[in-house]
Design a protein around this ligand. Structure first.
Ligand SMILES: [Zn+2]
Length: 463
């Protein structure tokens, strides 16, 4: 196990808290609010999921066992509307987009979660929880619906830092028959004609949105648990309501750290035509490598909003290019010295320190890149010992693991052909036919394949 304690900003208390197992075990439990599967996933959703994937990776790197659960909201008004528009069942819609979500999850080199539960598979749990909330006076049935009584729960508004009066003013409160108070929210909704429905003690109906997360986090993580995550747009009403329900249900504080990821905004005016329409991950993955997408996301601190633009993409592309170049040079390095000059452990320490301070992947990346630059100059000047090379490779591997990168080139089928082109170009250069050699290099560059001449050798990589 590595030393050092990770501290994360807890939205509710406004403090950075030490992440440690709440129980006498080595496990960090994380619940992440997942997608509502009514459309293709886009980069905004995956800003959240990539962030948590890297966080899980860091926790594993630090030596913890991690149980992380990502729920799938497979019943919701949006899903029902979409199904009605297309004349199919809600399940056709939810399964189609769940599949899209899972395939992107895999493509992006994300670790498999401990569980990816679908809401509709946990209706029984939800009903049991609602029954207990009614018994204990936190909820009341009305005309086939069940509502949570917000005024019964002390501490409502702590996550979104709003007073109840402000919440009422700022939020379009859902109307509901039999609701006693404006802010009360539905735990169970009586189903309308033609809607999917489940049997319950209050008649045919379906769950409200928030109760599913209480049910699934209780089922898989047995609250209290260490970390609850999601996008910052979920603070209110979703997390405020979820916290009220779960705390009332278990009779205590259910979550130690509420962690929220800043949203992604499109700086549309800056986007080029070619990128302007790339919103879905499906489309984005046709043009960008998973490594590049992950770097775009992780080069901004998770709590900040990320303004997505061509410049941002270009920056990440540049970073990836430098890392890959130095990585290849290092793998080819042969001129060992007895004593190296690079303080690799110093860089590692500073790199990890930034990650431990509220998971600052942006600052940690900067430190790592200054290491990469220093490493490259040591390589170019033949100033590395055998030990340096091993240690530098280890640090790059650690970085790769935590950021979830492969640093591999995709489309390996074309690799042999590419090698041939590079060899032919080498021959042209030896014969001093530079014009043609440069043309080949430029054309490959346009295709995203970078050739760089290092002495009389040529290295190449894809970006
Ligand atoms: Zn949720």
């Amino acid at each position: 196990m590595r030393s050092g304690t990770l501290r994360l900003y807890d939205t509710r208390t406004g403090e950075k808290k030490a992440v440690k197992p709440l129980r006498n075990d080595n496990i960090i439990r994380i619940y992440i609010c997942g997608p509502t599967v009514y459309d293709y996933s886009h980069i905004g959703h995956f800003k959240t999921f990539i962030t948590y994937d890297s966080l899980v990776r860091l926790l594993k790197y630090l030596g913890y066992d991690v149980i992380h659960v990502v729920n799938i909201t497979d019943i919701d008004d949006k899903i029902i509307n979409r199904a009605n528009e297309e004349g199919v069942t809600y399940r056709d819609i939810s399964e189609k987009y769940t599949e899209d979500f899972l395939s992107i999850w895999k493509r992006l080199n994300m670790l498999p979660p401990y569980a990816l539960p679908r809401a509709t598979y946990h209706i029984r749990d939800m009903i049991n929880i609602i029954e207990k909330l009614i018994r204990e006076g936190y909820a009341y049935p009305a005309d086939g619906n069940v509502y949570f009584s917000v005024s019964k729960f002390k501490g409502y508004g702590e996550i979104s830092k709003q007073k109840i009066e402000e919440l009422i003013r700022g939020y379009r409160v859902e109307e509901g028959p039999g609701k006693k108070d404006k802010l009360d929210f539905a735990l169970w909704k009586r189903s309308k004609e033609g809607e999917p429905s489940w049997k319950s003690p209050w008649g045919e109906g379906r769950p409200g949105w928030h109760i599913e997360c209480t049910a699934m986090s209780s089922r898989f993580l047995d609250p209290p648990f260490e970390i609850h995550g999601g996008g910052e747009d979920l603070k209110f009403p979703h997390h405020e309501n979820e916290r009220a329900q779960t705390n009332a249900y278990i009779g205590g504080e259910a979550v130690y750290i509420w962690m929220h990821v800043g949203i992604l905004k499109f700086a549309r005016e800056k986007m080029s035509k070619s990128l302007g329409n790339i919103i879905t991950m499906k489309e984005m993955l046709k043009e960008f490598s998973p490594d590049l997408i992950r770097l775009i996301i992780l080069s901004t601190h998770y709590r900040k909003q990320l303004e997505y633009s061509d410049d941002k993409v270009e920056e990440a592309r540049n970073v990836l290019r430098r890392i890959k170049r130095v990585y290849k040079k290092l793998l080819d390095y042969r001129e060992y010295r007895d004593m190296g000059e690079l303080d690799i452990d110093g860089y590692r320490e500073r790199f990890i320190e930034e990650l431990l301070d509220d998971f600052n992947t942006a600052s940690a990346l900067n430190i790592f890149m200054s290491f990469i630059d220093r490493l490259e100059s040591s390589i170019d000047n033949n100033k590395l010992s055998r030990e340096d090379v091993t240690n530098a490779l280890a640090l790059i591997e650690e970085f790769k693991y935590i950021y979830g990168l492969t640093l591999e080139d995709e489309a390996r089928l074309d690799e042999e052909l590419l090698k041939l082109i590079v060899d032919v170009r080498g021959e042209l250069r030896r014969r001093k036919i530079y014009e043609v050699a440069d043309m080949i290099r430029d054309r490959l560059r346009e295709m995203g394949i970078v050739l760089e001449d290092v002495g009389d050798k040529t290295i190449y990589y894809r970006i």
